[in-house]
Design a protein around this ligand. Structure first.
Ligand SMILES: *Cc1c(COP(=O)(O)O)cnc(C)c1O
Length: 458
């Protein structure tokens, strides 16, 4: 077995933490397509975006040329409370699998919100505060983003209104209470508090909601209330930018021991953790300095990359948000109830979509029972109870390590362990009781929602 010259955990010091975020778009020859105004079909300007988003975040959203953007000191100081996060060598998992592969994971679950989302939440709250705003609105699906944002807002003394997908609101009362403890107000979506919510409720009485629908409500409230802006926890370029701290730290830790990964794996919902983890590595790949296999892992129940269409689409169900060019299942696609709530978005980051389209990365989809089998094995040997979302990456990492066992190759695999699963015990209960099912949408279902894509010049 491995000689263990590499420590179980590669910790960095505070001085090793990145002082600037890395903007992957600066190194892309084919830039991600611009956001379009759904009314005019023209690229959105900063002026048009500023009633929705904070000014500095608009600038970051539209900037596809500046490679490094300084992390303000206030944000770096907040990061220091839970970063740098450890890069762990999964010796115990390797041993369990009997693989010659070397497996590492970057663990982002070491903060109260339990996921990587705090990396962007604190940045977005900081810029809102600096602009003198009263508060922000957002949606949350599984609840991780809402929790992270409520922590960030309480730190900077901002009001925080969270529209939580109704099914999660009911199933995850404890997440809701964490948010309220941090001072956020939490409304189940769709709700009677917005025009779009009332419209959706009239059309689909009894609906348990969706992320796209909660986004519509949060945007409406932000644009109708002076002193408020909307913030989003994934998909957008600015979020990938903030999440680059994950990849930059990973690269510094690997470089410390002269380790070069062969394969980098991350789960993909809207693409923010994956975009952040791979950023510096993809940068090297784009500049022709190194090569890596990069794999996005998505649920078979919501397969945007592997079965979606690369086209302009709405980011929300209410069709009030800008149009983004991305791999999408159609904004009217409502995935079946699966337990990886954070991976249930119909679209995908336009940056990652472009890179995937250009052949710089691969994608695979996995079914949830096999994801939970991987989660269980991981929890038992590595000790961490993983989030269902993160467990998609664990599944793919195990599968790659098992291939190495067959071929005898000693590949180095790095994956993102985005969070912990303490709030997902209903899902674990289903799995433990043998009641978990796998739902895969039919081609007809996907074709039906893709047929409703907006008509814009593609
Ligand atoms: C939100 C979330 C994800 C998926 O979001 P991305 O933007 O694709 O990273 C993955 N893991 C956890 C734990 C999450 O909370």
């Amino acid at each position: 077995m491995a000689d263990k010259t590499i420590p179980y955990k590669i910790y960095l010091s505070e001085e090793d933490m990145p002082k600037a975020w890395y903007n992957l778009r600066a190194d892309m020859k084919n830039k991600p397509a611009p956001l379009l105004n759904p009314g005019t079909g023209k690229p959105l300007t900063a002026e048009e975006l500023s009633p929705i988003f904070c000014e500095e975040l608009v600038a970051q959203e539209l900037d596809d040329t500046t490679p490094f953007i300084e992390i303000p000191e206030e944000i770096r100081n907040f990061y220091k409370m839970f970063r740098p996060s450890p890069l762990v060598r999964a010796y115990c998992l390797e041993e369990k699998l009997g693989t010659p592969a070397k497996i590492y994971y970057k663990f982002e679950g070491n903060n109260t919100s339990g996921s990587h989302k705090l990396n962007s939440a604190i940045a977005q709250a900081y810029y809102a505060k600096r602009q003198g705003l009263k508060g922000v609105t957002t949606e949350t699906g599984a609840g991780q983003w809402g929790t992270a944002l409520s922590m960030a807002c309480s730190y900077f003394g901002l009001d925080c209104k969270v529209y939580m997908v109704k099914v999660s609101y009911e199933q995850k009362p404890f997440r809701r209470e964490v948010m309220r403890t941090y001072g956020a107000s939490v409304v189940p979506s769709p709700s009677e508090t917005t025009e779009i919510g009332r419209k959706i409720l009239a059309e689909f009485p009894g609906t348990t909601g969706s992320l796209g629908c909660a986004i519509s409500e949060a945007v409406e409230v932000a644009t109708k209330n002076p002193g408020y802006r909307y913030v989003l926890g994934s998909v957008l370029n600015q979020v990938l930018l903030h999440q680059s701290v994950i990849g930059l730290e990973t690269k510094t830790a690997l470089d410390k021991y002269g380790i070069k990964p062969d394969i980098i794996i991350g789960c993909a919902g809207g693409g923010s953790n994956l975009g952040g983890l791979i950023a510096p590595f993809m940068g090297e790949k784009l500049r022709g300095e190194a090569d890596y296999r990069i794999i996005a892992v998505e649920p078979a129940s919501c397969p945007s990359f592997t079965r979606g269409t690369f086209a302009y689409d709405f980011c929300d169900t209410g069709m009030i948000c800008p149009l983004a060019k991305m791999y999408t299942l159609g904004s009217s696609f409502i995935p079946s109830a699966n337990h990886a709530g954070g991976l249930r978005f119909h679209g995908m980051s336009s940056t990652l979509s472009q890179l995937y389209h250009d052949g710089y990365m691969e994608a695979t989809s996995v079914e949830q029972t096999s994801v939970f089998e991987a989660a269980e094995m991981f929890a038992r040997v590595e000790g961490i109870l993983p989030a269902p979302e993160s467990s998609h990456a664990i599944r793919a990492a195990i599968d790659e390590a098992l291939k190495c066992k067959e071929t005898g190759e000693e590949k180095t695999i790095v994956f993102g362990l985005t969070g912990t699963g303490y709030f997902d015990l209903v899902a674990y209960q289903k799995f433990n009781d043998g009641e978990m099912s796998d739902y895969i949408p039919t081609d007809e279902e996907i074709a039906a929602s893709v047929a409703k894509l907006p008509k814009v010049p593609q």
